[in-house]
Write a protein that binds this ligand. Structure first.
Ligand code: NAG
Ligand code: NAG
Ligand code: NAG
Ligand code: NAG
Ligand code: NAG
Ligand code: NAG
Ligand code: NAG
Length: 554
């Protein structure tokens, strides 16, 4: 009886297992996502797919982890010691741990396959000749016993809180969230590939350049947050990358992640305004200054991380220039319309532009040529400088001596003379008849806030609210105070005010481009106009008044 009962029970269990297996076996999708390793104390992410498979004679047992041996691929054995020393100097991913074996492509010839060479004063490295059907660029790799060569990505902690989502390349030109972590203060890990794999060329001027992308640009395979948690959750991953992002990828840039934006690219002050995402940290001074906005992640990341070469931001009313100013970076607002902003979150299409936060002006120049393909190369510099609200006394203290010293150097370099620009007085003297008697303050007082709020409510908010309501029983998504207040400001004007704002903006633009800063065939603009941003410092731990719309002279 007992035996029979047990049999029945076992049969039942087996039957149930069979059911489970048939039900779940075909549905199970096991997707490897790579692994992380430590080599000489440094963290690396190793993607699941090798870059190539090589053939070689088996070498003696070497230290390995997860079946992988750290190796260095070189182009030539000539001056090996000097070569690997250079690797250490130019690349932050390679380290001496990768010298367990040196691989040299010999394309089928195994002569000398089992030789050793010395590195440094006494360290010995095994030289292994490999054969591969594809060219293997030099640099650090991990080699499996079956000959699979993997490229390790070095992991860094995002201690400045500059990223929303670190990325790695996925299939078909898309990207995927990086499935790796390292120790850090509420920060994700960001992965970067070796600089040794890439050689810049005319068709790949940004080969290997590591770039972060403000999280208002779509990147294929990844969700866009626009700095809002509900927005991130509501919409599926983007199916294509924004045109601006794709131009950079096609030029060889490595997209390492999406970076923080203040919500819907509206200006937010650290930290109270940043309700959904925490404001990134400006590394300047004691590390507790506001990073400015809205390209806060690109600015803070570019200022904080030597391993990040460039960051793509956007500028509508100062969103690149602000973070650059307060974090000691080069940042640009380009001429409007130089690159289409398809698949990029709009603030006001009449003013939205794409540009960079950069530390290296030469790299900025190379990247600008990629991002603005229609930009004509100008051959000479302007010979005139106009300054707005510049200091006049270098002995007066503060930053005045620095600003005037820069001006003197610029004058010397250009062979230019400087005049003070009082554009309000110039407006009073030369204003176009369409402007009537309006002073500049009257003309432009509400132009910018009306443009950004009315355009963004129409182009983004209304659809977002409707889609969210449909998915969530008619409810409203959470939105930070700053965009809410700006949108409400826009709602307080009739639709005709938008037409008026566009007209005022156009009147001003045409006047500025003809009277203040006329075009010049050789020098682009007839003069350089310089202005300073003021020297007021905003700290993260200051409480500010409740958010208000950005009225020019309220
Ligand atoms: C490589 O050389 C060492 C020392 O000469 C020898 O012991 C070893 O067997 C060789 N390995 C192979 C794969 O030829
Ligand atoms: C040689 O190896 C030792 C021990 O692994 C290491 O500490 C040292 O840095 C190495 N020397 C060179 C020149 O790489
Ligand atoms: C190896 O030789 C083959 C045939 O000559 C050639 O097609 C291939 O490009 C070579 N590979 C390398 C890495 O040089
Ligand atoms: C410049 O500033 C210094 C220091 O404050 C002051 O002594 C000097 O009078 C100023 N010169 C002029 C021309 O204002
Ligand atoms: C320009 O004119 C306005 C009046 O329309 C006046 O208030 C303002 O002071 C003038 N500005 C300058 C710099 O002359
Ligand atoms: C600018 O707009 C604000 C708010 O609408 C208003 O209070 C102020 O008087 C305006 N200033 C000018 C110069 O038009
Ligand atoms: C446009 O300019 C007029 C002055 O010419 C001003 O009264 C009006 O407030 C401005 N409107 C906007 C939306 O900028």
């Amino acid at each position: 009886m007992i035996a029979m009962a047990r049999m029945t029970f076992l049969n039942l269990v087996v039957a149930t297992l069979n059911l489970l297996f048939t039900a779940s076996h075909s549905a199970a999708q096991l997707v490897p996502t790579g692994q992380t390793i430590l080599l000489n104390g440094l963290s690396y992410y190793v993607p699941p797919a090798p870059v190539t498979t090589v053939t070689f004679r088996r070498f003696k047992s070497l230290p390995s982890a997860g079946g992988l041996v750290p190796v260095t691929v070189v182009n030539s054995l000539v001056n090996l010691q000097a070569t690997v020393q250079t690797y250490g100097e130019v690349d932050d991913v390679w380290n001496t741990g990768f010298l367990e074996a040196v691989l040299i492509a010999s394309n089928g010839s195994y002569s000398n396959h089992n030789s050793t060479t010395t590195y440094g004063s006494s360290n010995t490295t095994l030289v292994v000749h490999i054969s591969s059907t594809t060219t293997v660029p030099p640099g650090p790799y991990l080699l499996s016993s079956a000959g699979a060569l993997y490229q390790p990505w070095r992991l860094y902690t995002d201690f400045a809180g500059a990223f929303t989502q670190p990325l790695i390349p996925a299939a078909d030109g898309a990207f995927a969230p990086l499935p790796a972590a390292v120790a850090g203060i509420q920060s994700p890990a960001v992965a970067v590939p070796s600089r040794l794999y890439y050689a810049k060329s005319p068709s790949k001027p940004l080969a290997g350049v590591r770039i972060g992308i403000k999280d208002i640009y779509d990147v294929a395979g990844v969700r866009t947050s626009d700095g809002n948690r509900a927005f991130y959750s509501l919409y599926p991953p983007a199916s294509t990358s924004a045109v601006a992002v794709q131009l950079l990828i096609d030029a060889g840039a490595i997209i390492v992640g999406k970076m923080k934006t203040s919500q819907f690219a509206n200006g937010e002050l650290a930290t109270a305004d940043w309700v959904d995402y925490h404001s990134p940290f400006n590394p300047r001074g004691d590390g507790y200054q506001d990073p400015s906005s809205s390209s806060s992640g690109p600015g803070a990341g570019e200022a904080s991380y030597p391993w990040l070469d460039l960051a793509l931001g956007s500028d509508t009313g100062g969103s690149i220039r602000g973070p650059a100013q307060v974090q000691g970076l080069f940042g640009n607002r380009p001429s409007h319309g130089l690159v289409p902003l398809t698949n990029v979150m709009p603030l006001a299409p009449q003013l939205d532009t794409a540009g960079f936060e950069a530390r290296d002006p030469a790299l900025w120049t190379a990247a600008a040529k990629v991002l603005y393909p229609s930009l004509k190369p100008y051959t000479t510099y302007p010979k005139k400088i106009q300054t707005i609200n510049f200091p006049t006394n270098a002995s007066a203290g503060g930053s005045d001596a620095v600003v005037l010293g820069f001006l003197a150097k610029l004058e010397g370099f250009l062979g230019a003379s400087t005049t003070e620009l009082d554009y309000e007085a110039l407006w009073n003297d030369t204003k176009p008849k369409e402007a009537g008697d309006a002073s500049l303050d009257e003309l432009l007082n509400i132009t910018y806030p009306v443009l950004i709020s009315k355009e963004q409510t129409m182009l983004l908010r209304d659809g977002f609210y409707a889609d969210y309501a449909k998915a969530h029983d008619g409810r409203r998504p959470f939105v930070d105070p700053v965009p809410l207040i700006r949108w409400a400001f826009g709602d307080s004007f009739p639709a005709s005010t938008l037409t008026e704002a566009i007209s005022n903006k156009t009147i001003f633009m045409n006047w500025w481009n003809s009277i203040v800063l006329p075009f010049n065939e050789e020098t682009c603009s007839d003069s350089l106009v310089l202005y300073t941003a003021g020297d007021e410092i905003q700290y993260r731990n200051e409480y500010n008044g409740y958010a208000a719309p950005p009225v020019l002279c309220a």
